[in-house]
Design a protein around this ligand. Structure first.
Ligand code: NI
Length: 198
């Protein structure tokens, strides 16, 4: 399982470094696993929740499922967040020990009130975190998230290109699992059960 995490982290690093080690990207094609010793994912953060209160990584006890996205995302984020909600539902009472967290990659538009309206569409316990540009850049960096503003000539609104992994974090902030868009809620629920025991 740790090897799988190393592979996925390798894919993420490949993703955030265009022109870098492309071998790290081909994780689905049976390429030799690139070990990622010492790669740390996650870490301390200070952000603002959907109620406008300052929170840190220590504010949520227990396990966490962390997703990075933005509220104006047309497709990927809603699908990912629905899948997280379904995963928790599938896990029943065990799912109640896991806090789902959305961290915005678009703090300019995702103010706390915008986040509040958004998160409640997906799950009653979904936490929506945003912050200053610097705070968001810092948390993106520690989670190795790729996020980039994309201007759209046909619209006055910009979009965001962003990586869309779901991170399973332990109560003490260690990365336990990393899930992709292609992983189903059933797979995630099963895998999370194995990782957190019971
Ligand atoms: Ni998105």
């Amino acid at each position: 399982m740790l090897a799988a995490i190393a592979l996925a982290v390798g894919a993420m690093i490949g993703f955030i470094q265009p022109g870098g080690n492309k071998n790290a990207m081909v994780v689905d094609k049976g390429s030799a696993p690139a070990a990622m010793p010492g790669v740390q994912v996650g870490g301390p953060y200070t952000l603002i929740n959907q109620d406008g209160n300052e929170v840190t990584d220590k504010s949520y006890s227990g396990y966490k499922l962390v997703y990075f996205g933005f509220t104006m995302c047309p497709m990927i984020c809603p699908t990912g967040l629905q899948k997280i909600a379904k995963t928790l539902d599938l896990m029943g009472r065990q799912g109640e020990n896991i806090t789902p967290i959305l961290i915005s990659v678009d703090p300019e538009r995702d103010t706390p009130p915008v986040m509040k309206e958004y998160v409640k569409q997906f799950h009653p316990r979904l936490v929506g975190l945003t912050g200053s540009k610097e705070q968001i850049e810092s948390v993106e960096k520690s989670y190795r998230v790729f996020a980039n503003k994309v201007e759209d000539e046909s619209s006055t609104e910009y979009s965001m290109d962003h990586s869309s992994f779901t991170y399973l974090m332990s109560p003490d902030g260690q990365l336990l699992g990393l899930y992709r868009d292609s992983d189903t809620a059933e797979f995630m629920a099963d895998d999370i059960r194995k990782k957190i025991g019971g």
